[in-house]
Design a protein. Structure first.
Ligand code: AMP
Length: 421
């Protein structure tokens, strides 16, 4: 236990951190391009926020939350997603007071207790955006385009954008009734989860992963046939804006998404080669959530992308960049007398913004050269007792293998000229 991380978690080690930084930089660049500003909320929130925000009948709330009582006897929960927390911060800091439409993004880890498998973890990372304050269908289109452009910028293709409208509190009760009618005589055959969903939230039956439930829900009525005029009009406008922008989508009337707060537009981006966990991004409108959390009625929309799945997809398409963490200089010091001047040299190099490191384990010349190679050092500066006595160093070019002896006081300027050239 002491040497194994908890199930469903992953360490990101130095050899892969470059890939994460690359993906995160792409996130920041695209959000900057679209005018979305970063927000960072705490890793944990009051449990109540998620119960209210995500919905008590969802899998996330029923089965997947990491909830604990702290020493002050408060019930807290590690965030399973970041929309509810963003809404909480939006209300707490009255972000609506200065800006009519707040466009925000986040990157961070989320926590869900679920059965781990490829592409599904208990701690995972999401990048997400939220636009709060408008019902304009253009923002739906903008958000979807941002998600698609993010994935395409990374080089991913063969993506499928599934689009639906899940209606609003005006039209959903009609659909709910139609669904209950449809499932009434199949109730006994549904899985136990779906039987309890039947009364509480029958739309979620369409989302069930159980094969028999999937079969039973074939031929179920489509929500898009029950939408009210406002939702129909909104959906038509979103589709037309996406078409105009050249974004391909497939209508999927069964796409209901797992979280209760969605209204109107719902979408998912799938990357089929990922297999069972093919959804890389998902989101939609949540026009009732801000009011549910205690604010005045405010329409909003957002999505989240699973970064582990994005990295898996990039790996599958051989799109992961080689990220070099090469050092400019490695200082090799041999013997006790060389240690101090070597350390001084290291400091002088760094003072000039030259990336430099040295061995701190008193190893042999061979071992230190090996370490320099591993650090992908462009140059090696060597000094032993003789060099210290002569106030010089040996400078080795690691590409050409040429080496020369030069005065210690000249080496920093010479390397600066070489490296910063
Ligand atoms: P959701 O917040 O459930 O709408 O999920 C949005 C995206 O987050 C999904 O499309 C996945 O890419 C990712 N995601 C959700 N749950 C997990 C998980 N347990 N492990 C890894 N990625 C996840």
């Amino acid at each position: 236990m002491l040497t194994t991380g908890p199930r469903g978690t992953k360490d990101i080690l130095p050899d892969t951190i470059g890939q994460w930084l690359y993906v995160e930089k792409t996130v920041r660049d695209i959000c900057d391009l679209y005018g979305y500003k970063e927000i960072r909320t705490p890793i944990f929130e009051h449990t109540e926020l998620f119960l209210r925000g995500i919905g008590e009948t969802t899998d996330v709330v029923e089965k997947e939350m990491y909830t604990f009582i702290d020493r002050g006897k408060r019930s807290l929960t590690l965030r399973p997603e970041n929309t509810a927390a963003t809404v909480r911060a939006y209300l707490e800091h009255k972000l609506y007071a200065d800006i009519a439409v707040n466009k925000l993004f986040y990157i961070g880890s989320m926590f869900r207790y679920d059965r781990p498998q490829a592409g599904r973890y208990r701690e995972f990372h999401q990048f997400g955006v939220e636009a709060l304050g408008t019902l304009n269908p253009a923002i739906d289109a903008e958000i979807i385009m941002l998600a698609v452009q993010f994935l395409k910028t990374l080089g991913l293709n063969d993506l499928k954008l599934a689009l639906n409208s899940v209606g609003c509190p005006n039209c959903r009760p009609v659909y709910r009734e139609r669904l209950q009618e449809f499932f009434r005589d199949k109730l006994e055959e549904l899985c136990s989860d779906c039987r309890s969903r039947y009364d509480r939230n029958p739309m979620r039956i369409l989302d069930c992963k159980n094969e028999h439930c999937k079969e039973l829900s074939m031929g179920a009525p489509n929500i898009t046939d029950c939408l009210c005029d406002e939702c129909t009009d909104h959906f038509e406008q979103v589709k037309s804006l996406l078409t105009e922008a050249g974004i391909e989508f497939e209508l999927d009337p069964r796409l209901v998404r797992g979280l209760d707060y969605y209204t109107k537009t719902a979408f998912e981006i799938q990357y089929a080669p990922l297999g069972a966990q093919s959804a890389v991004a998902g989101g939609g409108r949540y026009d009732g959530l801000i009011e549910e959390c205690g604010g005045s009625p405010t329409p909003a929309i957002g999505f989240a992308v699973g970064l582990e799945r994005v990295l898996l997809a990039l790996e599958k398409q051989a799109l992961l960049p080689e990220v070099s963490q090469a050092m400019d200089v490695f200082v090799v010091a041999l013997g006790a007398t060389a240690q101090k001047p070597a350390f001084k040299l290291l400091c002088d190099l760094r003072a000039k913004s030259i990336k430099a490191s040295m061995d701190f384990a008193g190893r042999s010349l061979k071992a230190q050269m090996k370490q320099a190679n591993k650090a992908m050092a462009r140059y090696v500066v060597m000094l032993g007792e003789n060099e210290v006595n002569d106030s010089c160093v040996i400078l080795k070019d690691m590409i050409t293998s040429d080496q020369e002896k030069i005065a210690i006081k000249e080496v920093v300027n010479k390397l600066y000229a070489e490296v910063k050239d």
